[in-house]
Design a protein around this ligand. Structure first.
Ligand code: PEP
Ligand code: MG
Length: 579
């Protein structure tokens, strides 16, 4: 039995057999094999080479018929590598000498060669490293292909264990069979985590080296409440967890009973609870859990499941479906937030050195106007179907906001000329997710109808801590005094300008932050749907006086640790089951 501690990313308990998968671009974890498995593993290496060669030969032949001169040359180079017997021998020797899997041997040898190429001064040779990585991926695809298919055609319950999962991979998991997720990488607000929460799949991330301890088929317990994974648990531990899981399910069931009850504090302050969604079919879940509308529709997920950009009509259909669930309730559609860990990296020819500081979000849209306008047209067309609001993400300065609004006006004019109906008074909001935006909130407030504070990115950019990097995850905390001060500034400036202000980052889904948010003046929060009942229960158990006192106390503290533990203690008194 092995117990590993990571970050509790999505609540719930799962006990299931593991399915270990490896994302294409990551080093395959070292997994030992027994000498009796050597022959089979060497055979797998041979088969992978054979199948990769025949796949490439097919692709090369196709190029004959089309334009393909340059591409054909590339395939020819790759084929020469694959036919090289000494390469194959180096790999199979490693399987024997180190007793490792075929995947591990392929990955190790090819990465050694690639890194050797990279160090050569001659640019032609150093650029060949990319070819080697390509060959590695092709061979791994052959070796792992079966497992990938397995994921698409699951017939029994599994817990997925991986070095890292992309938000897209996670979004395609079938909830019926995928009962838990555990990854070496990731953070509490990485997009994969956010998707797992929305799907209601228990998850633990930032386990660092879990994949080195788990083999496919091992029993694993994933405790998404406490951030623990137990590999090959003994009978007693399984029983304890079964009991705990039953208790947790009972709590959830009890909280679901709050659905029709209002989110109001004991002394009568009404709070609006909205849901965050990635896909239109989640709108139904928001409604079921008692949400009063959609506070953040992450529309970029429309792009993530497809090779092609969505058409105007595909956008429109997705928005119309959401509005079908919330006809007379606010639906805040955030314009595409691609880039960084979402989509553009894998498709970019030259990946950016600092993707989170690069061409992401509104910046990407402002440089891809055709794409941006297509989405704006669809949002405006959908605006006559309900209470649609539009929200621009990652605004860092006034000029960006002006540009985005100008483009929106252009699109409105186009629609007007085509006599297509839209709501001319559609509310326009922005996300406050960077320190620069928070510091000029007073000025941005003059040009928008509302703010939504994206605490996930605001924390990342304020503290200079990558939200998805497990190596610095202990430094990532919305309870840091610097982050809290910025949040308070934004709320005060919004109140002064008399515009609405919401909080839609993961902070709003975490029980320990709710009293603080209320105490610093937040009255609308948007959160992951499965957490709505628990958060409502907290709101219904407190008075504004409690919250104001707590906020005053917390804002006078200057250490993150002190704040975090104070918030946890205060919340534990109100909802002990949440911990
Ligand atoms: C945020 O940054 O807090 C946010 C809600 O946006 P996302 O998590 O999609 O980046
Ligand atoms: Mg964000």
């Amino acid at each position: 039995m092995e117990i590993k501690k990571g970050i509790a990313a999505s609540p719930g308990i799962s006990i299931a057999k593991s399915l270990v998968i490896d994302a294409e671009d990551y080093r395959i974890p070292r997994r030992a094999i027994k000498p009796s498995q050597w022959i089979a593993e060497v055979q797998r290496v041979r088969n992978a080479f054979r199948d990769a060669i025949s796949e490439l030969t097919r692709l090369e032949a196709k190029q004959d018929q089309t334009e393909g001169g340059k591409i054909k040359d590339i395939f020819a180079v790759h084929l020469r590598f694959l036919h090289d017997r000494s390469l194959r021998k180096r790999i199979t020797d490693l399987v024997h000498s180190e007793s490792v899997t075929a995947e591990y041997a392929v990955s190790t040898v090819l990465r050694q060669i690639a890194s050797h190429f990279t160090r050569v001064k001659d640019t032609y040779i150093s650029e060949r490293a990319a070819d080697i990585y390509d060959i590695e991926r092709r061979l791994l695809k052959q070796l792992l292909g079966k497992k990938r298919e397995d994921i698409e055609h699951l017939t029994e319950e599994v817990a997925i264990v991986a070095r890292e999962l992309s938000p897209t991979q996670t979004a395609t998991f079938n909830k019926e069979f995928v009962k838990g997720l555990a990854t070496d990488a990731g953070g509490r607000t990485s997009h994969t985590t956010i998707v797992a929460r929305s799907l209601g799949i228990p998850a633990v991330v930032a386990l660092e080296d879990l994949t080195e301890y788990v083999s496919g088929g091992d029993t694993v317990i994933i405790d998404g409440n406490r951030g623990i994974v137990v590999v090959n648990p003994d009978e007693e531990t399984i029983q304890q967890y079964q009991e705990y899981s039953r208790e947790f399910a009972e709590l959830e069931h009890r909280l679901d009973g709050l659905r029709e009850k209002p989110a109001v504090t004991r002394d009568g302050t009404k709070i609006i609870l909205l849901g965050n969604i990635e896909f239109p079919d989640e709108a139904e879940l928001v409604l079921q859990k008692g949400g009063q509308g959609i506070g953040l529709y992450r529309t970029e997920f429309l792009y993530l499941n497809t090779e092609n950009e969505p058409t105007e009509d595909e956008h429109y259909q997705a928005y119309a479906a959401t509005l079908g669930v919330f006809t007379d309730r606010p639906v805040i559609i955030r314009t595409t937030d691609l880039g960084a860990d979402k989509y553009t990296q894998s498709r970019r020819f030259a990946p950016e050195p600092n993707p989170f500081l690069g061409l992401r979000s509104i910046r990407y849209c402002l440089q891809n106007l055709t794409m941006f306008k297509t989405q704006l047209r669809a949002i405006l067309r959908a605006s006559v179907l309900g209470e649609v609001k539009i929200m621009f993400p990652l605004i860092t300065n006034l000029q960006e906001l002006m540009q985005a609004k100008m483009i929106l006006r252009d699109v409105m004019e186009d629609l007007g000329e085509e006599s297509i109906a839209y709501n001319k008074d559609i509310e326009i909001g922005i996300m406050i997710e960077t320190p620069s935006a928070a510091l000029i909130a007073y000025s941005l407030a003059r040009d928008v109808d509302f703010f939504s504070i994206g605490t996930n990115d605001l924390t990342q950019y304020t503290l200079a801590v990558d939200r998805g990097n497990e190596l610095v995850s202990t430094l990532y905390s919305a309870a840091d005094p610097a982050v809290l001060r910025l949040i308070r500034t934004v709320i005060q400036d919004a109140h002064k300008a008399q515009i609405d202000v919401h909080v839609c980052g993961e902070m709003a889904s975490e029980p320990e932050y709710i009293m603080l948010l209320l105490g610093i003046g937040v009255r609308t929060i948007s959160l992951t749907p499965p957490m709505i009942p628990e958060i409502k229960q907290i709101i219904r158990s407190v008075t504004m006086e409690d919250c104001n006192n707590l906020a005053r106390k917390v804002l006078s503290m200057n250490s993150e640790r002190q704040i975090s533990s104070y918030l946890r203690d205060a919340t534990r008194k109100i909802l002990p089951e949440a911990f």
